[in-house]
Design a protein around this ligand. Structure first.
Ligand code: BG6
Length: 478
């Protein structure tokens, strides 16, 4: 497909996205402490342990495989990998800082110099190629000690630890990083509290109170980070990060549409409302009442939320979700749940593919908040085949990305203000959901299998050259 109409603004940030725990490896090097990703086994068992209240977070190398320990060895190969990103023409690279490289346990008073120095080197390498770093402060990699000793974000004390961490990295990298994101997919805590909120609900405990109290703590931590970030780096742009999946009503039955509206509000809007508007939305009062949630809100908390409003919204977009009140026949296989949508095809992992859903998402978000948007994750997890001649012909990935970029261009024409696009897993990395390597998103193939075997050699896929041309033509040639 070739388009001649210009859709993307000058200076649009084309690039790619990763997270420290999914690609760095070096899990116990450089004085890094263990984090939650380090204790999650690979394979199907991962989905079980993350909701198992008896899971004790112990590493048992004899019993399990821990793919995040090695990642794709970016820790030692970042120069080679960044050179490949530069070859594709990346204008930006979204990465995260592993909190436990900077504060190995999370609650120390002084940071770990080796961890700080590592990211200095990574950032310098990016800047060498004029790539804008987009840095997530917390991407599913909370220090394990904070989870075990403090119960993750249940504890109000963790706010102080996060605040210290944020101040340290803002001060250290203030001349290198202007774009920051606070918590990756903050709303995912509604689905999988362990990743985002740092705890598994105990079997006997109420589902709602601890979850929303933990959210309150995270909102305060995010607001503090925004405040400090703006003081320390006056020209910084600090965003929230939402897992966004537009919610469709299964049919035009008003009850189903009402249900879809409620789900949309809770999953898509609740966190954004607090982080962008700086206050709890009115609809949440009824929800709190119905679920006996009584938040401990202390003096100054609500003022802080107002003072720590984000500058932009970043989002991940992989799928839409189709809901029916009784959800009969549910189980489309989407990570976010819902019914099967008869109009959509799905990936090999059951995630429904819906480019128009991206255009809808961007319009919904912009209509509601009127702040710039940044798509910092999108992509197709797929099995790739290396041919005998070494080539990887991932036409399915090109098709997926082409359609999504096209939909994003339509949103720009609709009037949505966009900062950039950094598709997920620009280099193959460990899947967050399943711990597999076989679920690949990259433009760059990494020779590594689910059991951790392989040479780690990097190869350019067909999509590498395709995306290079997309960037080169600022999205005019898809
Ligand atoms: C997002 C996460 O939910 O989806 C990433 O921010 C994750 O960390 C990505 O890797 C894709 O999910 P998965 O399970 O295919 O790795």
């Amino acid at each position: 497909m070739e388009r001649t109409d210009k859709m993307f603004p000058e200076g649009f940030l084309w690039g790619g996205a990763t997270a420290a725990n999914q690609l760095e490896g070096g899990y116990n090097e450089g004085n890094k402490g263990p984090n939650i990703a380090d204790v999650l086994p690979g394979g199907k068992i991962r989905q079980k342990v993350r909701i198992d209240p008896t899971f004790d977070f112990t590493i048992d190398q004899k019993k399990y495989n821990y793919p995040n320990h090695k990642g794709i060895d970016f820790y030692h190969r970042y120069k080679e990998d960044i050179a490949l990103f530069a070859e594709m023409g990346f204008k930006a690279y979204r990465m995260s800082i592993a909190w436990s490289r900077i504060f190995p346990n999370g609650d120390e008073l002084e940071p770990n110099e080796e961890g700080l120095a590592f990211y200095d080197s990574v950032l310098e390498e990016l800047l060498k190629y004029n790539m804008e770093p987009i840095v997530t402060l917390s991407h599913y990699e909370m220090p394990l000690h904070l989870i075990k000793e403090y119960g993750g974000w249940r504890s109000r004390e963790v706010i102080t630890f996060f605040e210290r961490y944020a101040r340290v990295v803002f001060n250290r990298y203030k001349d290198k990083v202007k774009y920051w994101l606070t918590f990756n997919e903050i709303n995912s805590g509604l689905k999988i509290p362990l990743y985002g909120l740092g705890f598994i609900r105990k079997a006997e405990e109420d589902k709602y109170q601890p979850t929303f109290q933990a959210f309150h703590h995270q909102f305060l931590a995010s607001a503090l980070a925004v405040k400090h970030g703006h003081e320390i780096i006056p020209d910084s742009k600090i965003g929230c990060m939402l897992l966004y999946a537009p919610v469709y009503s299964y049919d035009c039955h008003p009850e189903n549409e009402m249900y879809a509206l409620e789900e949309r509000r809770m999953f898509n809007y609740f966190c954004g409302d607090v982080q962008v508007r700086g206050k709890y939305p009115r609809f949440i009062n009824k929800y709190f009442k119905e679920h006996n949630i009584d938040l401990d809100i202390q003096d100054g908390d609500l003022e802080l939320l107002d003072e720590g409003k984000v500058d932009f919204i970043s989002l991940s977009y992989y799928m839409s979700r189709t809901d029916k009140k009784d959800n009969a026949g549910a189980g489309a296989g989407n990570m976010v749940g819902g019914m099967k949508n008869p109009y959509l095809k799905a990936s090999d992992w059951g995630w429904e593919i819906d480019p128009t859903g991206l255009r809808i998402s961007l319009n919904e978000l912009y209509d509601r908040y009127e702040v710039p948007l940044f798509v910092v994750e999108n992509g197709l997890g797929a099995y790739d085949q290396v041919e005998e001649d070494g080539s990887i012909n991932d036409d399915y990935r090109i098709e997926y990305l082409r359609e999504h970029i096209h939909a994003m261009g339509e949103a720009v024409e609709d009037g949505v203000e966009m900062i950039g696009y950094t598709p997920w897993g620009c280099i193959d990395l460990v899947s967050a959901g399943t711990g597999e390597m076989a679920k690949r998103y990259g433009f760059i193939y990494v020779d590594l299998d689910n059991e951790g075997k392989g040479t780690l050699e990097r190869k350019r896929k067909k999509s590498f050259y395709w995306y290079q041309n997309v960037i080169n033509t600022n999205g005019q040639e898809l």
